[in-house]
Design a protein around this ligand. Structure first.
Ligand code: PHE
Ligand code: ZN
Ligand code: ZN
Ligand code: ZN
Length: 285
């Protein structure tokens, strides 16, 4: 959408609007690479630098108590190297379908969907969104659910380790994050499906939310990491190879999706969103 313009979408869940325009330079990526190579990093914006503008797209339900906001997000951008179908068409599609289905019932709590811009440049869209919220607006967001890569071809079902009980080495999340992880665990347990914990270290758009103390959680099916024999026993697939061999590459196409993972994880996304849309009793204020 254009800045200041409200885009009309054929949806009955409420209003879709473009977020605050965000001007970015690609020095975020360039400097990271330069720093890795041990080079001196200079933050000098000059004519050789490519500038761009992007927008988050935010939609929320017409119904629901605005003092209790359930926020659900996925990044819509990809890296320039490829189309980004698993990373992150998968999460975007799952939350879009969840949003579309929400019109079947008026919810108790306000549900707000975010399609983040410029995650791949360093969480720019989610970072700007959280930074621009007043403290009162932050307090109204009771929890944030993040979905980034939910259909990796050699998938494991990885739940952000909000309760710090899975020995993955990241610190526990804000109070309430443990309860969110337990809710996802209950979903998979009820279907006799395995799950493992994964780093809750801020490597996706939930980072800015946990940094300001908003309880968060989410599902991840693995990126460049290597599947373990234990995970292959739990989920099938191939131990010793990457969860997503096409991560950040041109081959991250529609062929790079595991349909079973997309199906079950989309159900988990819809289930958790719909439950929190009605009941936030497990989430501390
Ligand atoms: N945020 C990473 C990317 O978009 C993927 C990722 C998601 C990594 C969740 C770890 C956990 O490339
Ligand atoms: Zn990515
Ligand atoms: Zn991603
Ligand atoms: Zn855990």
């Amino acid at each position: 959408g254009q800045p200041g313009r409200t885009d009309a979408f054929p949806l009955d869940i409420g209003e879709w609007r473009a977020g605050v325009p965000m001007v970015f330079a690609d020095f975020a990526v360039g400097n990271e690479l330069a720093a890795t190579a041990g080079a001196t990093v200079r933050l000098k914006v000059d004519a050789t630098l490519q500038l761009g503008t992007d927008h988050n797209v935010i939609a929320e339900t017409r119904h629901g108590d605005p003092r209790n906001v359930v926020m659900v997000g996925a990044h819509l951008d990809s890296v320039p190297e490829g189309p980004g179908i698993n990373d992150n068409g998968s999460g975007s599609a799952a939350i879009l379908e969840t949003a579309l289905q929400m019109k079947r019932f008026p919810v108790r709590n306000k549900v707000r969907f975010a399609f983040w811009a410029a995650e791949e440049l360093g969480l720019l869209g989610s970072d700007q969104y959280v930074a621009d919220l007043s403290q009162a607006e932050r307090d109204r967001i009771r929890l944030y659910l993040n979905f980034d890569m939910v259909a990796s071809p050699n998938y494991a079902i990885k739940l952000y380790d909000g309760d710090n009980s899975d020995n993955v080495g990241s610190p526990a999340g804000p109070p309430g994050s443990a309860e969110i992880e337990k809710r996802f665990e209950a979903f998979y347990d009820a279907r006799d499906l395995g799950h493992v914990g994964t780093d809750f270290d801020g490597r996706s758009d939930y980072g800015p939310f946990i940094a300001v103390g908003i309880p968060s959680g989410g599902i991840f099916t693995g990126a460049e990491g290597i599947k373990t024999p234990e995970e292959a026993a739990l989920f099938g697939g191939t131990a010793g190879t990457a969860y997503d061999p096409c991560y950040h590459q041109a081959c991250d196409t529609i062929a790079n999706i595991d349909a079973t993972a997309l199906d079950v994880n989309s159900d988990a996304i819809a289930d958790s969103t719909a439950r929190y849309a009605f009941n936030l009793r497990t989430i501390p204020r």
